[in-house]
Write a protein that binds this ligand. Structure first.
Ligand code: UPG
Ligand code: MN
Length: 733
């Protein structure tokens, strides 16, 4: 072997400045411990219970802060060498199967879905090694029709992408980001004609969507439509499987005469009497079906809204899997979730900036990130349950399917039963094999299980983002999504597959802690609720719960509060955010903790007691113009007609703090004693004041706004009434 052949395909670098961080972290620990000592030693004679509550909340915060250190102490960054990959493996690249999941043609419009499909079909990768599968849990004829249209448009689109080496390769994203005037004349002409084809296709699909049926002409164009003859409903139908482009077929070529990637539509069989297990069920059906069609050694999974923004991502991922030294222990390569519809200051904290740019790098330092469902490359064999051994190597060359004389139709008929609703009965699918069932975050539990079998994962966060998706555009959507996530994560923690119950001893302790940060999200609700109600109410009552301004004990409180927030502010800016964005994120942090997490906890509890079953509320990916306008102006969207219990909790909390602050102010102005209040309860005033400040958009939505995004009137009235009652009650007794 010459020296170049031995050169690694990727490199891993530790984050700079980690010793400074360690010092900082140590100083904060001292502060935190001092606070706890204060609580434990200074218990007052009266109102012990309230004090102990404060102690409890602070104990929790301290413990949780300790867990989050695992995200920061050992961050690593990865870099790939794609030129070495092509030099060594260009003729030998593994097959790659891309799974795109969709579930509802209304929430996830067919145009969006096919844009994602086209973007992955156009990867810079040998087309004969690439296969794209669309799983449609909505079983929609319109989605199928759109995919059929896309399979034709691909013949023009893929050669265009490759000829001019364009990015991004989702047509919609490309057309809305590029101007003819910036292109050379020949390309501009070419683009104009492609764009026209695209718009014609779009018109046909939108028309079908509007009429809720495919035109008679189109129906005759493909035998696949006949599958809908026996169709009862999206929840009750036979398997629909159509190989729209068969990669084995030498005639399947684009307009330049180059081969095309395989393209398959699958709507697995659904029956009301058989539970379908949401996305995990869809993925497992895809794993089986694809194993008979293309059997790619590597599987890429994306949600239907997450188009590929970087045509090199497959090659990036392969640099990890094919690395001669370390590749054999890597089970999956996770890219961050990024979004293309964020506004500048991210009113709903949608980018999860710090998670992507700090925390996941920290997990990577301890054995690898979680699998987060989209933008993730898996090795097929590990996903199917194979255990790790030191001797095992990545044998991608054996994965090829022998080309038989079978026709496309014969192949379809033979393998249809792999997607039947009864296929998994009495098998290990959903348990030891494939993605795990029974958890609203199938991805996280599956990834953790793989890591517990001895595998590593890799986090790859390149400059040019690999995937871009759609983020929620209303407060309600964001809170509901976080409820599902935190609920699923808590269930993982409590299950026998949890980071603690299963991971301890199998994965690095740093990774156990790292998982716990997410798995225990929901538990944060108690300490946060306590901290955002009790000190304010006792402020109104005139009872101090923090050290006096003149006391030495104030020092650790001040240090911890200011240093921690200054650090989080710096971290947010360092991750590319804005000042206002950080402030918005603090609000969302409060809102998620007091609603999503609380409701997730309650629902998990009732699931355990057998009262309910957690479902999967599909995140909305489109919103009407009115909502969109406010989203772009960064006005918080409550939705005047939404009377969600989550909003009731938020409004109640906001009102309690408002009334307490007003109450104290009135008293001070009336009776004087400003100095006394400040001296005895300075921190309480600060806390209550910040809570009011952060809730300004909510008061605005409750009292002043007139648009459709304002807070529901009855929610406002009820919450004001409840908050007033609570404050009066506390004030009097
Ligand atoms: O019965 C179902 C329900 C959902 N989906 C698909 O699952 C994906 C994710 O659903 P979405 O509603 O967008 O959920 P998010 O909360 O945005 O998704 C994140 O969280 C999920 C649960 O952890 C993961 O499955 C996702 O990959 C991850 O992006 C979408 O493509 C859906 O079409 C199905 O295929 N079948
Ligand atoms: Mn999504």
């Amino acid at each position: 072997m010459d020296s170049f052949a031995a050169a690694p395909l990727f490199e891993t670098k530790k984050a700079k400045g980690s010793s400074i961080y360690k010092l900082f972290s140590a100083s904060l620990s001292v502060g935190i411990v001092s606070i706890l000592i204060y609580r434990a030693t200074q218990i007052p004679e009266n109102r012990r219970i309230v004090w102990i509550g404060m102690f409890g909340a602070e104990l929790w915060f301290a413990f949780y802060w300790f867990l989050t250190q695992s995200h920061r102490l050992n961050r690593v960054y990865r870099r790939t060498f794609k030129d070495r990959l092509s030099q060594r493996y260009e003729d030998d690249l593994p097959g790659v199967d891309v799974f795109v999941c969709t579930a509802d043609p209304v929430i996830e419009p067919p145009m969006m879905v096919i844009n994602t499909v086209l973007s992955v079909m156009a990867y810079s990768y040998p087309p004969e090694k690439l296969a794209v599968y669309l799983s449609d849990d909505g079983g929609s004829e319109i989605t199928f029709y759109a995919l059929l249209e896309a399979s034709r448009f691909a013949k023009h689109w893929i050669p265009y992408c490759k000829k001019f080496n364009i990015e991004p390769r989702s047509p919609d994203a490309y057309f809305s980001s590029s101007e003819y005037s910036e292109l050379e004349a020949s390309q501009a002409k070419h683009m104009a004609s492609i764009k026209k084809l695209y718009q014609e296709m779009e018109n046909r699909i939108e028309l079908a969507k509007k009429l809720k049926r495919v035109s008679k002409d189109a129906l005759l164009q493909h035998r696949g439509f006949s599958s809908w003859d026996s169709f009862v409903s999206p929840k009750d139908h036979d398997t629909v499987m159509q190989i729209l482009i068969d990669g084995r077929d030498p005639e399947a070529k684009d307009i330049e005469g180059c081969r095309l990637p395989t393209l398959v539509y699958l709507a697995r069989e659904k029956r009301p009497q058989h539970f379908h297990n949401f996305k995990a069920g869809a993925m497992n059906a895809l794993i089986r079906v694809s194993s008979e069609i293309s059997n790619g050694a590597v599987i890429l999974n994306v949600d239907c809204d997450m188009y590929s923004n970087n045509s090199q991502s497959i090659r990036d991922a392969l640099c990890f899997f094919l690395d001669e030294e370390k590749g054999n222990e890597i089970a999956f390569v996770q890219f961050p979730q990024n979004f293309h519809n964020l506004t500048k200051n991210e009113l709903y904290g949608g980018s999860m900036r710090v998670v992507s740019n700090v925390e996941f790098h920290g997990l990577d330092g301890y054995g690898g990130p979680m699998y987060i469902g989209t933008g993730c490359f898996h090795r097929r064999d590990t996903l199917c349950g194979r255990k790790f051994t030191k001797e095992s190597t990545f044998e991608w060359k054996q994965n090829t399917i022998s080309t038989t004389a079978e026709t496309t139709v014969e192949l379809e008929e033979r393998i249809k039963q792999l997607a039947s609703s009864t296929f998994e009965k009495n098998t290990q699918w959903g348990n030891e094999t494939g993605l795990k069932y029974g958890c609203p975050v199938e991805d996280v539990i599956t990834g953790l299980t793989i890591q517990c079998r001895g595998w590593k994962s890799v986090y790859y966060n390149p400059e040019r983002k690999g995937f871009l998706g759609v983020n929620g555009t209303t407060l309600d959507q964001t809170l509901v999504m976080h409820k599902r996530w935190s609920e699923g994560d808590l269930q993982i923690f409590l299950s026998k597959y949890g980071p603690f119950s299963n991971g301890l001893g199998k994965i690095n302790i740093g990774l156990v802690m790292g998982y716990c940060v997410y798995c225990l999200w929901s538990i944060n609700c108690f300490a946060t609720l306590y901290y955002s109600i009790v000190p304010s109410v006792y402020l109104l009552k005139g009872v101090p719960l923090f050290p006096q301004v003149s006391s030495m004990w104030l020092i650790p409180f001040t240090y911890v509060i200011f240093a921690e927030h200054a650090y989080s502010f710096a971290e947010y800016l360092f991750s590319g955010g804005t000042v206002l964005g950080w402030w918005n994120e603090q609000r969302m942090w409060l809102y998620k903790r007091t609603t999503s997490y609380l409701f997730a906890f309650i629902d998990t509890l009732s699931t355990y007691l057998g009262y309910s079953n957690s479902g999967f509320v599909i995140s909305a990916k489109v919103s009407n113009e009115d909502v969109m306008e406010r989203y772009e102006q960064e006005r918080m969207e409550f939705g005047a007609d939404i009377s969600s219990p989550m909003f009731a909790v938020l409004t109640f909390l906001a009102m309690v703090n408002l009334f307490c602050l007003i109450g104290v102010s009135v008293r001070v102005i009336w009776r004087g004693g400003f100095e006394l209040v400040f001296r005895n309860m300075g921190l309480q005033v600060l806390l209550c004041g910040v809570l009011v400040l952060i809730n300004l958009p909510l008061y605005d939505a409750a009292f002043f706004r007139r648009d459709k995004g304002k807070l529901n009137g009855s929610v406002t009235i009820k919450s004001v009434f409840l908050a007033l009652s609570l404050c009066t009650l506390y004030f009097l007794v």
